[in-house]
Design a protein around this ligand. Structure first.
Ligand code: AMP
Ligand code: ZN
Length: 454
């Protein structure tokens, strides 16, 4: 079956045809690093991790770029509030983010570009936009002229007036039209900034993704993803900037948007204060339970976070790992179950894929042949991998802390410390990643490295 994806541009499910058959290019808007990610933020990264895994199984090469927004007014405010150096804040938060993402089973993207390392590329695009009369400068600000781009609104399909009312756009003296959006703004002394043709300043948020996606994936690429809340204005503006700069060709061919994670029906967000961070949750839940909850409903639907769904997902994992326990899983390259593959190929239907995993377990329980049971267990594990699930040792899943050799962990922590001292960072990261695979999470604190079970 061909891969089918729902394209927000057309509002339809379409067969996916990569621009270059043997190389798929995927871009996902990454986090703004000023605080811990909440589980709502975790949802797109888990959903697009499943897409990344699927693409890797289906195509010879995938480049997955996910940026780190490390310049933003929220970062400046948080650093002032904490009385902390901005680069220390963004570095610390980026590391926490990366750790949290690994702990919930995500494979790191191929490339994770930092916005602050790409300001010269942003300046170049802004200059081209000014030359092509899609942007103008006023009082140290550079703005994109929405009226200069007749296709504006193609993704969000809203009328300009509605969009402006909805987004409560700022009316400012330096704007020709209220809907025009910032590409560059001045920075006062003491605020991060870069020299530019328009003075000392910093980029707007939207231009970051246009610059980093074109640099790493090309002016036109296959898939762009993010949460539904980014459709307008962020993604609409990315399209306008990139198409106005690079010509009429399509920016991203397919746009994928995940639904919102809610609490009591309300979007989980920092501003509403109704959030739980991934970090906090990992204190009491295995990362795999969090991941399963995030995959338990279809990615385009809303998903409500509650105690009941957490309990159900933990029970499902108990059932899966129980089926794997004591089985011979050493089969040479076991193939995944066809129905799991087919469900994922149908616009990432993870609930259907999960029910196919449950069917495998039911078949395993019904079978009276040891050989068939082993085969079904191997298929279960191989299919779980497509979803980023079931890769732990089943004994570990059940035994938890009691099965851990604490001395061994301390030895590895010591070996990592030594590797870091000798600047063998790859080796140090490898030790940390291996421990993480066994569910052991390391945290570097001023008192030394602490460990905990996920
Ligand atoms: P931010 O760091 O706020 O830019 O958000 C990072 C990602 O999380 C974006 O793709 C957002 O669309 C997504 N996101 C934020 N809140 C939620 C939520 N409650 N549910 C699902 N996705 C969300
Ligand atoms: Zn973006």
């Amino acid at each position: 079956m061909p891969l089918i994806l729902h394209n927000t541009l057309t509002r339809q499910k379409e067969p996916f045809v990569p621009l270059t058959p043997d190389h798929v290019r995927l871009y996902v808007c990454g986090p703004t690093v000023y605080d811990f990610a909440h589980i709502g933020n975790g949802r797109p990264y888990v959903v697009f991790d499943v897409l990344n895994r699927l693409l890797r199984h289906l195509y010879p090469k995938v480049t997955y770029a996910r940026n780190i927004t490390d310049i933003d007014d929220r970062i400046i405010i948080a650093a002032q509030k904490n009385n902390e150096d901005i680069s220390l804040l963004t570095q610390r938060t980026t590391e926490h983010f990366q750790d949290d993402m690994k702990a919930i089973g995500n494979i790191p993207p191929t490339i994770e570009p930092h916005a602050t390392a790409h300001v010269s590329e942003m300046i170049e695009i802004i200059q081209t936009l000014i030359e092509k009369e899609h942007a103008y400068e006023k009082d140290g600000h550079v703005l994109f002229s929405v009226k200069s781009f007749p296709d504006y609104g193609q993704l969000s399909r809203c009328q300009h007036d509605e969009m402006i009312a909805g987004a409560r756009v700022e009316v400012a003296p330096y704007k020709r039209d209220p809907e025009d959006f910032i590409l560059w703004k001045p920075s006062e002394a003491g605020i991060p900034g870069w020299e530019s043709p328009w003075g000392y300043g910093r980029p707007g948020w939207h231009i970051e993704c246009s610059a980093m996606s074109s640099k790493y994936l090309g002016e036109t690429f296959d898939v762009h993803g993010g949460g539904q809340d980014l459709i307008f204005p962020h993604h609409e503006n990315e399209i306008a900037q990139s198409q106005a700069c690079y010509g009429p060709k399509t920016f991203a061919q397919v746009w994928l948007h995940n639904g919102m994670l809610t609490v009591n029906g309300e979007k989980m967000s920092k501003s509403l204060g109704n959030f739980i961070t991934v970090h906090q949750l990992l204190e009491k839940l295995p990362g795999e339970v969090i991941r399963l909850v995030l995959l338990s409903s279809h990615y385009r639907q809303p998903l409500d976070w509650n105690e009941q769904i957490v309990v159900q997902c933990r029970q499902s994992l108990d059932r899966f790992y129980n089926a794997l326990r004591g089985r011979d899983l050493s089969q040479e390259k076991p193939t995944p179950c066809e129905s799991v593959k087919a469900a994922l190929e149908d616009d990432l239907n993870t609930p259907l894929a999960l029910s196919a995993l449950h069917d495998l377990v039911s078949r395993l329980h019904k079978s009276s042949s040891e050989e068939e049971k082993n085969q079904l267990a191997a298929t279960l594990k191989a299919s779980g991998e497509w979803l980023g699930l079931l890769q732990q040792d089943p004994e570990f899943w059940f035994k938890g802390k009691t099965g851990i050799d604490e001395n061994k962990i301390l030895e590895l922590i010591e070996a990592r410390k030594e590797a870091r001292k000798q600047k063998k960072f790859l080796e140090a990261d490898h030790i940390r990643d291996e421990l993480l695979k066994s569910g052991i999470h390391l945290e570097d604190t001023p008192q030394g490295t602490l460990w905990r079970q996920q």
